[in-house]
Write a protein that binds this ligand. Structure first.
Ligand code: NAP
Ligand code: GLV
Length: 305
């Protein structure tokens, strides 16, 4: 069995780790590999598919597959399989907890007060009264929602199809989204980028958040309308935005987000794919494929995730 691995960076480390996890295969690195049975990919150049006539499946080393699906050269009739969790849920939980605690305990307000030399204590709040909305209840969103609810916060979650998760107020559809937005003091975005979610958080929906809410976009920049977000940040309706992902990455040096006093930027690091867990998961799935078993994580191309 021949397996091709092609990543935009750290190619050697990925190749070594995959070879160790899949000793029964010949692992080839880079876009010029000979014809292979499987391809393992992260942001590959289009040329990678030029001489690959016999691929049985494609594996994305990212949870999100919007980038791969947007490549015209991506073979259409070959299953595309994505990474599921592999340690990314724990990282998303850390980020979400940081945002939730910073807002719940008013640490940003106290930092402002300190900068003005003001002693300004605020009253006690209870966790169960602090409303958090999670957009997307998939592998990562449901882990985040469960962790926040387990911590005692009041958590609502939004998905495309109806769901029932103990301890989470699960909603779906546009009526469900309206209810969730109206009460969320913290809104966490963990949706995939698809035709339906692109530009979803524009003026109309952002305006439905309560005054002083915070937004954390942890999935894809294109889901948020930047101009609309800057307007609600300027007006103060949104008190703080935590942005890990952007329309263009790296975020252009002259983008207003860099200097906006209410914006906190992280450089697409909310959840990084760990080499070893990801390569073991891919190796297990390749073995399953070879045995003719059904495997999880196959992308529904019509749905876009
Ligand atoms: P997933 O398991 O596929 O979950 C996607 C969730 O979004 C599902 O609950 C799905 O609803 C919901 N959804 C999709 N389209 C929707 C729509 N139109 N309306 C309402 N809900 C919709 O994905 P995941 O593994 O949790 O990952 C989520 C995203 O996180 C990835 O796509 C990627 O973009 C991003 N990500 C970012 C980083 C980072 O470092 N910033 C790292 C990893 C992943 P159903 O349950 O009804 O299908
Ligand atoms: C990272 O953004 C991923 O989709 O895994």
């Amino acid at each position: 069995m021949d397996v091709l691995i092609c990543t935009a960076k750290e190619q050697d480390e990925w190749c070594e780790t995959l070879a160790a996890c899949l000793p029964e295969a010949q692992v080839h690195a880079g876009p010029d590999a000979p014809a292979c049975d499987y391809a393992v990919l992260w942001k590959p150049p289009a040329a990678v598919f030029a001489h690959q006539p016999r691929l049985k499946a494609l594996f994305s080393l990212g949870a999100g597959v919007d980038g791969l699906l947007a490549m015209p050269a991506l073979p259409r009739d070959v299953p595309l399989v994505r990474i599921e969790d592999c340690g990314m849920a724990a990282q998303m939980i850390e980020y979400a907890l940081y945002v939730a605690l910073r807002r719940f305990r008013r640490f940003a307000e106290y930092a402002d007060a300190q900068s003005e030399g003001r002693w300004a204590p605020r009253g006690l709040r209870m966790r169960e009264d602090f409303q958090i909305g999670v957009l997307g209840l998939g592998v990562l969103g449901s882990a985040v929602a469960n962790a926040l609810a387990g911590f005692g916060f009041a958590v609502s979650g939004w998905s495309r199809t109806p769901k029932s998760i103990e301890g989470i107020d699960c909603v779906h559809g546009s009526a469900g989204l309206d209810v969730l937005l109206a009460r969320s003091e913290v809104l966490l975005v963990l949706l995939p980028l698809t035709g339906d979610t692109e530009g979803l958080l524009g003026r109309e929906l952002l305006a439905q958040l309560p005054d002083g809410a915070a937004l954390a976009n942890l999935s894809r920049g294109e889901i948020v309308d930047d101009e609309a977000l800057l307007e609600v940040l300027d007006s103060g309706q949104i008190a703080e935005a935590f942005l890990d992902v952007f329309h263009r990455e790296p975020l252009p040096r002259d983008h207003r987000y860099w200097t906006h006093p209410r914006v906190r930027i992280t450089p697409h690091v909310a959840a990084l794919t760990p080499y070893s867990a990801a390569c073991s998961q891919v190796a297990e799935k390749i073995r399953g494929f070879e045995r003719g078993e059904s495997i999880s994580g196959i992308v529904d191309r019509a749905r876009g995730y």
